[in-house]
Design a protein around this ligand. Sequence first.
Ligand SMILES: [Fe+2]
Ligand SMILES: [Fe+2]
Length: 416
Amino acid sequence: MIARTRMGPWGVEATAARLADIHGALLGSVACLGAWIAAIPQYEIKLAMAYHLYDHAHLADLIGRRIYDLTAERPQVPSPANRALMGFLHELAAAPNLAGLYQVLLPAVMESCREHMEKTNPVADEPTVRILYQVMEALEGQLVFAARLHLDKQEAKRMQLYLAEAGGLHGEGGAAAAGDTVDYVRPALIEKPARDSRFQELPPGKKMPKAKPLETPEGRVRLLHIALINLEIPAIEVCGRMIAEFPEAPWELKLDLATQIWDEARHAEMCADRLVELGGTLGQYPYHHKVWEHSVAGATLAERFITTQRIHEGNGLDQTLLARDALAAVGDEATSQIMDYIMADEVLHVRSGIKWVERLVPSAAERDALLRQIEERLGIAAVAGPPLNRDGRRRAGFSEIELDWLTSMRDRRGER
Ligand SMILES: [Fe+2]
Ligand SMILES: [Fe+2]
């Protein structure tokens, strides 16, 4: 870092332009990871990518705020000041390309941060320095992780050439190379999430293996395994898909989804660790794609939020409360506490779903019609079997009228 009394090579405008390039790179990464999480089969890599996606979104948010502080303007999206960088990002997004991301783009971001920290004035530009310090800290761990993956060296070389063609991360500001489209990064999307060979799909028409009492470790392993592979991992994948498929969505919406992805990654990790601790193994119960199929059947973001966050996760609040209390009753305090933490996050996921559906579909009548239409189309009940978690649902934003309606639905179902 240079002396406090000496100014660096970049003034306010140049610093904002450099930050716009980093911002653009991180947003490109968020979009790509959003799509690729479902495409990459290895469970551990998938999970790491979920954490990385959140880091990149959170850091891009901080950088966006810093750009605002420097220019009194929110960063444009697509954002790089170096428009030629868009050509690189479009190429990166064409197919899952971990080599291009982890061996080319992110190291370039790292290098830019390092150079900035070395040369900028530590007083005048202290807010930038603080943020870039966080970027470097996060990327350092991610690059160490990626170094163990044996990524495609040829692909890395090819993408390196693309980046060189763009003039590097900071290229010649504003000069778009011929053929570069200044448009959102739109990663290629896949039909169904990939799972690695440890996991087997439930054959069509077959039911999940029968539940065992929660008093037994096997019963608890089954509960955790189902939560892990049929709920938490798919939740990561459908939220990533929403970010990737709807790039025009407001930034705040994407940040909410990225935060949810981080939560779901922790839930998955807690479930996996605990089930192994209880004597289980990853892959010992089959998986299905219901959460994914139900979500992607929605054509709009509003439909996706209704399906995943409001209906599925709303029902999840009832089930998690039931599981938390049942686990405590059989003396498994540790698993019960996991459910308690999961439930706290899920309340906010449901709340975020309700909030975004209200913003995306301002008319209450239209929202209600959409909700009924989705329930009918997918055959998803508005409320599943267990007693209603009224307190959790209330904190998530369900109104008293809706809660009464759901209770009466459940009671009627119980009478059959
Ligand atoms: Fe979750
Ligand atoms: Fe969730």
